[in-house]
Design a protein around this ligand. Structure first.
Ligand code: EPZ
Length: 459
């Protein structure tokens, strides 16, 4: 794949002033739409997906499906001012079960495809994420789930891929005819991808599957509701126990469009940014009920937030950030708890409010690479261990000469360093921004519309 042209953001800091104001419209949730694209493999005939964000990950997964023989096209739906972009996917022409290693290697979420493909075609090969060495850990819940459904998963060391077949496995628990067998699975760890992937695999299995200790993220509910509308027999989604009555191999019929829910992580990102930098901000086309953990923390801290049916408004936000109470003890947690994806963003916010804060990252080890960049700007943060940091605020952020550029280490850390730069004094350069583009659609356009001085340059 041609290497993406290196681009960077050049940002003029607002020196702690709340100069931004205006409205941002939230896009469809990347982490829902990606799963709906994977679920298209369960259908006999073309499906139409609405409100899909045009981010890099969506394009990558579309490329993976095209390489497998599917037709994936953007189309115009509706008329005139109601014209909308629809993503149409027709998997009837799929002619391969080998998921492209290079493309899949750039986006972990591609593992979600293995469930529907294994269920439909009886076999799938998938590159071991991050090479063979750590290949077992990040998808162990998927592989053990498939084994329990009667599949055989073999790691081909030479090719560095997992070869998974839904035929009779060593224990003989398979259906022996290329179908997955319904069974009971208890997830030893709550996993968003594990829950939705095995739920989708179970839709075409023979018999009933009961998944226990499931993730309850709204993105899972959003995709499941679409599958149910098209005839899948799924109950309990959004609770820890999901039951799926398999169709025994019969594909679903695309009787309904899929509509992506608003992105709660994009919503939370702008809410936290608004608290720090905006006098007045309206976030529209969002689901306030999906970001209650963020709203409640910021409201308690003293941020003037109003909730509407599909809007969140910050108004008359003139108090200094140092007047906001800190969050003494914050733990990331599976939904509906505080989302790990907003951990870097809330930490950047906490450097600007008064007090000491302990942040415990329960989901991922060492999701703190961005801390070094915040410290380069003057933040007072101590990394206690790979899962815990302490923040002391407020500290003014400024660009120290010779301290070099800021780096986007992952999608959400990228947003955090952009927000930190906007809070600081001076001119900042953020590199590696293709990672930000994976999860935020035209971020610089949204920020510029609020009055920020940010531009994208080729480096
Ligand atoms: C989803 O990733 C999201 N990505 C992530 O968002 C999000 O951080 C994560 O859920 C947690 O909310 C997508 O939906 C595309 P998990 P997922 O399986 O499904 C471990 C973003 O920025 N685990 O819930 O991959 C895993 O290592 C991204 O949009 C295993 O050990 O997350 C992690 O520690 C970042 N074995 C924990 O479980 C497995 O087989 C939770 O991961 C699977 C997961």
């Amino acid at each position: 794949m041609a290497t993406a042209q290196k681009e960077a953001f050049i940002i003029e800091g607002l020196a702690g002033e709340k100069k931004l104001s205006g409205t941002v419209r939230i896009h469809g949730a990347k982490n829902a739409a990606l799963k709906a694209i994977a679920a298209s493999v369960l259908f006999a005939g073309p499906v139409r997906l609405e409100n899909v964000p045009k981010t890099a990950d969506i394009e990558t997964l579309s490329k993976i499906l095209r390489k497998l023989g599917a037709k994936v096209e953007w189309k115009k739906g509706g008329t005139g001012k109601d014209a909308v972009d629809l993503l149409e996917i027709d998997t009837t022409t799929m002619n391969s079960i080998e998921i492209d290693a290079e493309l899949a290697g750039s986006m972990r979420a591609s593992v979600v495809l293995t469930g529907p493909m294994l269920a439909r075609f009886g076999k799938v090969t998938f590159p071991a994420p991050g090479g063979c060495v750590i290949g077992t850990r990040p998808i162990d819940l998927f592989l053990s789930g498939y084994e329990k459904m009667g599949a055989m998963a073999v790691l081909d060391e030479a090719a560095c891929v997992h070869r998974i077949e839904a035929y009779k496995n060593a224990k003989g628990t398979g259906t022996g005819k290329g179908l997955l067998a319904g069974t009971e699975i208890f997830f030893n760890k709550v996993s968003v991808g594990g829950t939705e992937t095995l739920m989708m695999a179970a839709v075409l299995a023979e018999g009933t599957t009961v998944l226990k200790n499931c993730a309850m993220e709204p993105e899972i509910v959003n995709v499941a509701e679409w599958l149910i509308a098209c005839g899948a027999k799924i109950t309990g989604v959004g609770t820890p126990v999901i039951t799926i009555e398999g169709t025994g191999g019969e594909l679903l019929k695309p009787t309904h469009f899929y509509t992506t829910i608003p992105d709660r992580i994009e919503t939370g990102s702008f809410l936290i940014l608004g608290a720090l930098l905006a006098r007045d901000l309206t976030i529209e086309n969002c689901r306030p009920d999906h970001v209650e953990s963020v709203v409640s923390l910021l409201t308690e801290a003293g941020v003037p937030i109003k909730i509407g049916a599909s809007t969140i408004t910050i108004s008359g936000n003139t108090a200094a950030n140092s007047s906001f109470k800190t969050i003494a003890d914050l733990r990331t947690h599976e939904y509906p708890g505080f989302p790990t994806d907003l951990q870097p963003v809330i930490v950047a916010y906490l450097t600007q409010v008064t007090g000491e804060s302990k942040i415990f990252e329960t989901i991922y080890e060492g999701r703190f690479k961005y801390v070094e960049d915040l410290k380069k700007l003057g933040a007072s943060i101590t990394i206690m261990n790979p899962r815990e940091i302490e923040v002391k605020g407020p500290t003014p952020l400024r660009h120290l000469p010779g301290e070099g550029d800021l780096t986007a280490y992952d999608i959400r850390a990228g947003f955090a360093v952009v927000m930190a730069a906007l809070s600081g004094s001076g001119t900042f350069k953020v590199i590696n921004i293709h990672l930000i583009d994976r999860g935020y659609e035209k971020l610089e356009a949204q920020l510029s519309s609020l009055g920020a001085q940010i531009k994208r340059v080729v480096v």
